[in-house]
Design a protein. Structure first.
Length: 338
C-alpha cells in the first residue's frame, strides 16, 4: 500500500512539473525616440502582462529582434528581445503594441507559452525573411513621405521616395520605362510612410515593391505584379482595436441635411480627425463610380464612422481602416462589390 501511495505521489509531482509555468523573460531595446519615462512605464506594463524580469535597455551592436529558448524542448525558458520605437513596442516578428494594448500583449505572451516560438514567428514570416531582416527592411519603409504626391509624375515620385529606403533598389525588366508612361499619382500620400506610399503608387499600374534577402544582404525590387510575387502591403491591419487606432472615427458629430459632392464631403470629414484618404482609383474608375457624384447627408447626431459608411454606400464604395509602418491610420476607399 505504501508503495502504491509513493508511486501515486511521484506521478502527481511529474504531472505538476509537466504543467509548470513556462518562463518568459523580455529585454526591450529602446530607440532614440523613446521618452525618459519609457523604462519605468514599460517595465511595469510588461510585468503585469506576465513577463518575468522585464529589462529595458539601450541598444548594443549585434542586437537582434527575436525569441531564444534558453531551456530545453521539454522545459522551454524563453528570452524575448523586442524593440521600443517611440511609444510603440515591436514584438517578434513585427507585431506592434502601444501602452494601451496590455491585454493584447498578454495574449501574445500566452500564445508563446501555450505553443512555442515557431508558432509565433513562422506563420507571420514574410518574403522568406528572418525577423531581423524584416526589421532592417522596415527601418527604411517607415520614413515619412515629406513631399506632396497628388498630381505629380508617378516615376518622379518613386525616384524621390526610393531615396528613403536604407537598402538598394532595382527595377526589374522594363518597369522603370513603363512607370514613366503611367501618368500622375492621384492620391495625396504626404505624411504616410514610404513603404505604404510606394505600394499605393505602384498598385494602380500593376507593379509591386518586393524586399529580398540574399547572402545576408537586403534589397528592394520593383516588378510587375503576379500571383507568384507578393508585394509590400498597402498598409497593415492595426494590432489595436479600431477605437484605439482612430478614436476620432467613433466620436459623435452633429450633421445637417445637405447634398454635396462626395469627394468634398469625404475631405471635410477626414479633416476633422486628420486622417488621410487613399482611394483605389483603378477599381473606382473600372466600376464607373464618380467621386464628384452628389450624395445626401441626413440630419442627426452620429459617429463619423456611420457618416462615412452612409455616404460611401450611396455610390457603391466602402472604407477599411489601415495603418502604415509607423502605425499612422488612414482610410482605404474601394468599391464594395469586390
Amino acid at each position: 500500500m505504501k508503495t502504491g501511495c509513493a508511486a501515486f505521489l511521484l506521478w502527481m509531482i511529474f504531472v505538476r512539473a509537466s504543467f509548470a509555468e513556462v518562463s518568459v523573460e523580455i529585454e526591450v531595446i529602446m530607440g532614440r525616440d523613446s521618452s525618459l519615462l519609457a523604462p519605468q512605464e514599460w517595465s511595469r506594463l510588461l510585468g503585469e502582462a506576465g513577463f518575468q524580469r522585464p529589462m529595458i535597455r539601450n541598444g548594443r551592436p549585434g542586437d537582434e529582434l527575436g525569441i531564444k529558448n534558453r531551456g530545453s524542448q521539454d522545459k522551454p525558458a524563453y528570452l524575448v528581445t523586442a524593440h521600443l520605437s517611440g511609444g510603440t513596442l515591436i514584438l517578434p516578428p513585427r507585431t506592434r503594441f502601444t501602452r494601451h494594448d496590455a491585454k493584447a500583449i498578454a495574449v501574445w505572451l500566452q500564445e508563446l507559452k501555450d505553443n512555442n516560438s515557431n508558432t509565433i514567428l513562422q506563420p507571420k514570416k514574410m518574403f522568406g525573411m528572418t525577423a531581423r531582416q524584416l526589421e532592417m527592411v522596415e527601418q527604411g519603409a517607415d520614413v515619412p513621405v515629406a513631399v506632396s504626391t497628388s498630381g505629380k509624375s508617378r516615376l518622379e515620385i518613386v525616384d524621390r521616395l526610393v531615396g528613403n529606403l536604407h537598402h538598394p533598389l532595382v527595377f526589374a525588366g522594363a518597369a522603370k520605362q513603363r512607370l514613366s508612361q503611367e501618368g500622375v499619382v492621384q492620391n495625396e500620400l504626404r505624411g504616410l510612410s514610404t513603404g505604404t506610399a510606394l505600394a499605393a503608387i505602384l498598385h494602380p499600374v500593376g507593379f509591386v515593391l518586393v524586399p529580398e534577402a540574399k547572402g545576408g544582404q537586403v534589397s528592394w525590387t520593383i516588378r510587375e505584379s503576379s500571383p507568384q510575387s507578393a508585394g509590400w502591403p498597402l498598409g497593415w491591419e492595426s494590432p489595436r482595436t479600431p477605437g484605439k487606432t482612430l478614436p476620432g472615427l467613433f466620436k459623435a458629430s452633429q450633421t445637417q441635411a445637405v447634398a454635396l459632392p462626395l469627394k468634398s464631403a469625404l475631405d471635410q470629414l477626414a479633416a476633422k480627425i486628420a486622417v488621410p484618404l487613399v482611394f483605389d482609383h483603378n477599381r473606382i474608375t473600372a466600376d464607373r463610380i464618380d467621386l464628384e457624384a452628389t450624395v445626401k447627408m441626413r440630419a442627426g447626431r452620429m459617429s463619423l464612422k456611420t457618416i462615412f459608411t452612409g455616404l460611401l454606400r450611396q455610390v457603391g464604395l466602402k472604407f477599411e481602416l489601415r495603418v502604415d509602418e509607423n502605425d499612422k491610420p488612414f482610410l482605404w476607399i474601394a468599391p464594395r462589390r469586390r
